[in-house]
Design a protein around this ligand. Sequence first.
Ligand code: ADP
Ligand code: MG
Length: 345
Amino acid sequence: MKRFLPFLCCLLFLAGCTAAPDAAEPAQAQFFSMDTVMSIRVYSEGGEDALQAARQEIEGLDKLLSRTDPDSQISLLNSHAGDGTLVALDDQVVQLLSFAKSVSQLVPGCFDITIAPVMDAWGFTTEERHVPSAQDLAAAMTLVDSGKLTVDEAASAARLEQAGMEVDLGAVAKGFAAGRADAVLREQGVTSALLDLGGNVTTIGSKLDGSAWQVAVKDPQNTSEALCVLSLEDQTASTSGGYERYFEENGQTYHHIIDPETGYPAGSGLLSVTVISSDPMLADALSTTLFVAGPEEALDFWRSREDFELVLCTQDNRVIVTEGLEAGYRPAAEDRGYTYEIARR
Ligand code: ADP
Ligand code: MG
């Protein structure tokens, strides 16, 4: 439980920063799934049943998608790497694999779900974290190539072409789960709810008084404080930051978001990236991708699309907010040394 305490604290912080609606007490649950703390709060009447259905949906997806659960679909896929088997998989798993592959093409060299052997080399999977030897890292890197992940949507199946390859959906699973839980809640008639799936905050509708949800983006250098607060309705804010999971060795800090081109933690000049989108799965995948890409490439990519906005926190203490958020964001109340700027198209 000890190692989850920081997560719990972060969550309470976020909860604390999310203004409660005026009226009724929400139906709420806090639970551990997908290796992180999650919370769901439903403000619509009769929300308890909807909430339980959403929670079950998430827990079911965790069982399908977890790499560490030997009975998961991902373990099944991984266990057949290199043996030529086209592995029959659940439709939604195939869709997620296909989406993840497509993200690798969006900003080349930044996102790759076959990064698993490299995560293992760094010990991020076992909690025995360490800097890998050059040899071990090079060996792991020969296994990273989502071009060698074949996804056959028509057959609802997938195949890893090389022995030793493994898929790790850590960068997209929570966003995918948020999208499904959101759908379940809406199907049950929920019009006002907040989901926090380990740093992916999804809002349904608005607060009961009709005003927008107020969602805090954490200060990556002081995670009990807010970097800024966003007004959101029917949107997800997904944050990737080097501060989420890391270790120190010989005075150096190493975090869990890996540059697939080097095999090392991405050092692109960003401390955190928050992606705001009406598509939770896209928000989650892009937050990881753009953290690796760095500020310039992230903004270039933002200018090429219309389906998301960004809050970037750079290593040189700039907070760059894209113009679509301009009307609905507030910088931190107290001065903590950041300069805030609006990026224009
Ligand atoms: P978090 O899981 O902390 O919210 P992210 O969504 O950014 O953060 O996902 C990080 C996870 O994604 C890592 O723990 C690892 O499993 C996986 N991962 C790390 N680097 C990459 C990458 N470049 N592309 C795809 N997945 C990655
Ligand atoms: Mg992500």
